[in-house]
Design a protein around this ligand. Structure first.
Ligand code: CP
Ligand code: NVA
Length: 305
């Protein structure tokens, strides 16, 4: 296992599958109410430079269930990269805690944190990617369908951190991934190039939403303006409106299409109420699996230390 969990692209297919196997085991134990204190006495600092519900709650609860303890550090606490240099805080926390989880703006900061920390660092979202999210997402799809072969997964909306992590996953697991974003809002170009070069998945960029979702097995969307892009929200609403996931759009997909969203959703923007609350939506299973997958990641990272 690597020291850190910063990007899915850093992992091999076998390592990702090991994480999913452990996720299944831990989820079953949790459901049975069976104690699984695999991180007894271990502590984790959670640094948040941005808001969060799922990431904070699932990591904090997960660490408790593993017999450890997690500390929440809010956007006002550390001031990473502002009040204090990233490398200093990395070295300080490494003296107190066994593992760090961080949600930061600048991806370079999480790389620096991992470089200077002597304990494992988990990426809880940066402007560039959101690997824990996509691990939970693909685990949810596997749980529902049992395989990835012949599944068409369409990501529709902004080519943001969540989309970049989908592309990174496609460089490791064989997917049929269609990305449908307005022109100029596609995922990171270098990430797409690397994924194409890996030649493991069929990755398509499509600008027409109806074509993109045709016969899709999974339709995935995320907010049009991510945290930190609030000033662009109004302008983005106009550009992205044709990309809204609504009943009409999902009618072009397979009858049993599964609709996913990392949440929080901006209801009435990227996704309508009737779809989010409707029978195709698996968003709450997806949200639940964040915790099970992240527990597996924590255990794996701490296992050999
Ligand atoms: N999906 C997700 O990461 O949610 P939060 O921003 O609430 O943590
Ligand atoms: N793209 C969103 C994801 C939130 C979990 C954001 O960065 O705000």
């Amino acid at each position: 296992m690597k020291k850190d969990f910063i990007s899915i692209a850093d992992y091999t297919r076998e390592e990702l599958e090991e994480i999913f196997d452990l996720t299944r085991e831990l989820k079953e134990k949790t459901k049975r109410g069976e104690e699984h204190h695999l991180c007894k006495g271990k502590t984790m600092s959670m640094i948040f430079a941005k808001p969060s519900a799922r990431t904070r709650i699932s990591f904090e609860t997960g660490m408790y269930q593993l017999g450890g303890y997690a500390l929440y550090l809010s956007p006002n606490d550390i001031g990473i990269g502002k009040r204090e240099a990233v490398k200093d805080i990395a070295r300080v926390i490494s003296r107190y805690n066994d593992i760090i989880m961080a949600r930061l703006f600048d991806h370079a900061h999480i790389l620096e944190l991992a470089e200077y920390a002597t304990v494992p660092v988990i990426n809880g979202l940066t402007d560039y990617n959101h690997p824990c999210q996509i691990m939970a997402d693909i685990y949810t799809i596997l749980e529902k369908r049992g395989h990835l072969e012949d599944l068409k997964i369409t990501y529709i909306g902004d080519g943001n951190n969540v989309a970049n992590s989908w592309v990174n996953l496609a460089s490791k697991l064989p997917l049929h991934l269609v990305i449908c974003s307005p022109s100029g809002y596609e995922p990171d170009a270098a990430t797409l190039t690397r994924a194409h070069e890996a030649d493991i998945s069929r990755i398509e960029i499509e600008h027409d939403p109806e074509v993109a979702v045709k016969d899709a097995d999974v339709i995935y969307t995320d907010v049009w303006a991510s945290m930190g892009q609030e000033a662009e929200a109004e302008q983005r609403r106009k550009i992205f409106m044709p990309y809204q996931v609504n009943s009409k759009l999902i009618s072009y997909a397979h009858d049993d299409v599964m609709v996913m969203h990392c949440l929080p959703a901006h209801r009435g923007e990227e996704i309508t109420d009737e779809v989010l609350d409707g029978p195709h939506s698996i968003v709450f299973d997806e949200a639940e699996n964040r915790m099970h997958v992240q527990k597996a990641i924590i255990v794996k990272l701490l296992e050999n230390r």
